[in-house]
Design a protein around this ligand. Structure first.
Ligand code: SF4
Length: 445
């Protein structure tokens, strides 16, 4: 447990009173519903949550749940029993598929996640199977889903859970935590993911605050500030609203409301069960919420890439170090263009620095733009002919010469899929099937 998680765990308490300041009345201490636990991020005050009438909370719950019974997304497979039927309110569900799904859903939409989740469960049906898997197989199954550190952390978390059970509670019926701090101790698990797993698997009364929920709550109270600047207050509001008897259903209903009606653009307020209580609707322009900070200009960077072929028509690829956004993935060598540097000079320099090889830089293969949340990149990709030096992993884990048809066996970042397609097309191999499985190729070092 790191310092932050330690602090979170020790701030956690079940204090029943919170203060809530409403504009139409003097500040009144308000009671959480019995059984609802305060989140460790809950603040001492939520003065900005003034637009919603706190007395509405008991009314808002049944409105939302009744709507959800009729209109919710009831076919999400990890929220169902193994036979596909809906669980009873207090009935526990297997946490393993829920944990995998919740981590996949971080930064990613449900429809995108579904096929990945199904493939993952087919390959690693149990916690033990995931813990025993090799890292290459794990990354390959994640390929295309982005934010690859999530896959590495799931893998690491599986081993941590089993090790924790072996060391701490060998007689326990299962290795799954029932506490917030227990989940926060796993890599890649934040408070909303932890709350969602605990409520989904065990029907425990923990609130959530994902993107959908932030949007709904920001509109419900017409928050004058972006949710990211009011996280503590939003946590408090989510906890205040949570139905302590049906936390699994309530959290899912809140997410479904955000995903199906209270959408980012053109919210369907006419069908919304909370319309009569919604401050943004009353203000006449619900889509104006959540309020956003002015967009900032994203930094732009040119990345040059060398697709290096040898006389046997093998191509050199390298595996990134495990740290960072794309850690552990394979890539074609290259790097940032320095100010005033010519493309060919950048490629030659990067390949020498990265792999200690010399090349003759040839024609451009493809140029593509790729935007991350924090930067925009332009990849300028050139074909190169290897002229000397045995590739060395100077700035990576390992280097391999592989046949172009084998590239499908390696997990690459999403932007590289178009580079591979362009290479296969240029070599007249576009119809050659990529052969998934264990990686082949020749280790260069
Ligand atoms: S009334 Fe409209 S803006 Fe308000 S919560 Fe419902 S869908 Fe969202």
């Amino acid at each position: 447990m790191n310092q932050r998680q330690f602090d979170q765990a020790h701030l956690f308490h079940e204090q029943p009173l919170i203060e809530f300041i409403h504009p139409a009345a003097p500040a009144q201490p308000q009671r959480l519903a019995p059984g609802v636990r305060l989140h460790p991020f809950a603040p001492l005050t939520i003065a900005r949550m003034r637009a919603v009438d706190i007395a509405d909370a008991p009314e808002l719950r049944p409105l939302l749940l009744n709507w959800w019974e009729l209109n919710g997304r009831h076919a999400i497979p990890w929220k169902l029993r193994p036979d596909g039927s809906r669980p009873a309110d207090g009935e526990p569900l297997d946490p393993y598929p829920i944990w995998i799904a919740e981590v996949m859903l971080q930064q990613t939409q449900l429809q995108v996640v579904l096929p990945y989740w199904q493939r993952w469960l087919a390959a690693f049906p149990t916690l033990e199977a995931l813990a025993a898997a090799n890292a290459h197989h794990v990354l390959l199954l994640w390929q295309g889903l982005g934010y690859y550190s999530r896959a590495r952390r799931l893998h690491q978390g599986a081993r941590q859970l089993l090790e924790g059970q072996r060391l701490i509670a060998p007689a326990a019926a299962d290795p799954w935590p029932r506490t917030l701090e227990g989940w926060l101790a796993l890599p890649g698990i934040g408070p909303s993911t932890a709350g969602s797993i605990l409520s989904s698997a065990f029907n425990l009364p923990f609130a959530i605050l994902d993107g959908n929920v932030k949007r709904v709550l920001a509109r419900l109270i017409a928050s004058p500030r972006p949710p990211a600047r009011e996280l503590k207050g939003f946590w408090r509001l989510s906890e205040l609203l949570l139905d302590p008897q049906r936390p699994r259903a309530f959290n899912q209903a809140l997410m479904d409301l955000g995903a199906t009606l209270c959408t980012p653009r053109n919210p369907s307020c006419g069908a919304c069960p909370w319309q009569g209580h919604c401050a943004a609707y009353a203000a006449g322009d619900p889509a104006a919420y959540p309020v956003k900070d002015a967009p900032r200009e994203l930094p732009f960077q040119v990345i040059v890439v060398g697709v290096v072929l040898n006389d046997a028509c093998e191509v050199v690829i390298d595996q990134r170090l495990n740290e960072g956004l794309l850690g552990g993935l394979w890539e074609f060598p290259g790097g940032k263009q320095e100010p005033g540097e010519a493309i060919a000079a950048t490629i030659a320099r990067e390949l020498m620095e990265e792999l200690a090889i010399t090349v003759a830089v040839g024609e451009e293969l493809i140029t593509l733009e790729h935007a991350y949340s924090h930067k925009k990149l332009r990849f300028v990709v050139h074909l190169c002919r290897w002229t000397g030096g045995q590739p060395q992993p100077l700035a990576c884990q390992q280097v391999r010469w592989v046949q172009p048809q084998q590239l499908g066996e390696f997990p690459f970042p999403a932007a590289n899929a178009r580079i591979i397609a362009a290479l296969l097309e240029r070599l007249g191999l576009a119809d050659a099937p990529a052969s998934p499985g264990q990686p082949g190729g020749t280790a260069a070092a």
